[in-house]
Design a protein around this ligand. Structure first.
Ligand code: GUN
Length: 292
């Protein structure tokens, strides 16, 4: 059994990007810029935004954070996004979700120029992903696919079972692995909470991708011997024995499922660190596209 080390792979990607960004600097005299917009005081969002900013700096890109109060109106946010749509120093615009309830998330996502939508959430980019055109792949699904590639896990003809149908993970990862291309070409099943007997699906998975948002939901008896397990879940559970009083666990019961798996991602240290690496990758890609 191999534990997939997402932290290590993410660091490799960041090291690669650091070199590439240095190359851009000498070739073009400038570097990719990423603006991250956060509205309100959601503690988890603040942590993520800070991590994105730091990672951006580390690879030599130009990050900026726009922190707006929770009372910001939709119109104000739309104006700010439009400003950055027209600012050629910024190649990526990321609006951290969730947004306060007075703001319509769909409208905000659609305001971001598809050429700067490094999250890959704009309907134009989602459509391109589905039909196999070049686009920004959403960061977490891109991280999943990249981990499979870097661990030389064959996907062609394999049965990938995705548990969860979110727009951020389940649907796009299914679309990506379905494409007829290298690193994909899988037979993909998407299942979710409405399934009468989820195990009927999960047991037939060669590769199981868990993105349900329920702690330790996937147990050993739900998978077959030799399965490859990618756990996208990040759930807080009470842990009175720790200093913080909680710990993070995935959607997979790691101790149980790892008895049967051939490869498995841990939480933390699996898919999580890959998300930011792929965000940097998309920002780099956006910059390069602009130069052409
Ligand atoms: N909130 C949770 N995950 C994400 C993400 O990948 N991008 C953005 N913009 N917000 C998020």
């Amino acid at each position: 059994m191999t534990i997939i080390d997402g932290k290590k792979v993410a660091q490799e990607i960041r090291n690669e990007l650091k070199e590439k960004v240095a190359g851009l600097k000498s070739a073009y005299g400038k570097v990719p810029g990423l603006v991250t917009i956060i509205v309100g005081e959601n503690p988890a969002s603040k942590v993520y935004v800070r991590m994105k900013h730091k990672a951006c700096e580390e690879v030599g890109m130009n990050p900026k954070i726009e922190a707006l109060p929770a009372t910001t109106s939709e119109d104000e946010l739309v104006s700010l996004i439009k400003k950055y749509n027209n600012d050629e120093n910024f190649h990526g615009i990321l609006v951290q979700l969730p947004l306060p309830e007075q703001i319509d998330e769909d409208k905000i996502i659609e305001t971001i120029s598809p050429e700067k939508d490094v999250d890959g959430f704009h309907p134009v980019n989602v459509g391109k992903l589905l039909i196999g055109q070049d686009t920004f792949e959403p960061c977490t699904p891109a991280g999943v696919v990249e981990l499979l590639k870097r661990y030389n896990i064959e996907t062609k003809g394999k049965h990938v079972v995705v548990v969860g149908r979110s727009n951020i993970v389940g649907k796009p990862v299914a679309a990506m692995l379905l494409q007829k291309k290298e690193g994909a070409n899988a037979i993909v099943t998407v299942c979710h909470s409405a399934a009468n007997n989820l195990s009927d699906y999960t047991k037939s998975a060669d590769i199981l991708i868990a993105a349900i948002g329920r702690p330790r939901f996937i147990t050993g008896e739900m998978v077959k011997e030799g399965v490859v397990v990618i756990d996208v879940g990040i759930n807080r559970v009470d842990a009175p024995e720790t200093k913080k009083g909680y710990k993070l666990v995935g959607d997979v019961d790691f101790d149980d499922v790892s008895q049967k798996a051939s490869f498995i991602t841990p939480v933390p240290g699996g898919v999580g660190p890959m998300t930011i690496a792929m965000l940097l990758n998309n920002t780099y890609k956006s910059f390069l596209r602009k130069q052409k």
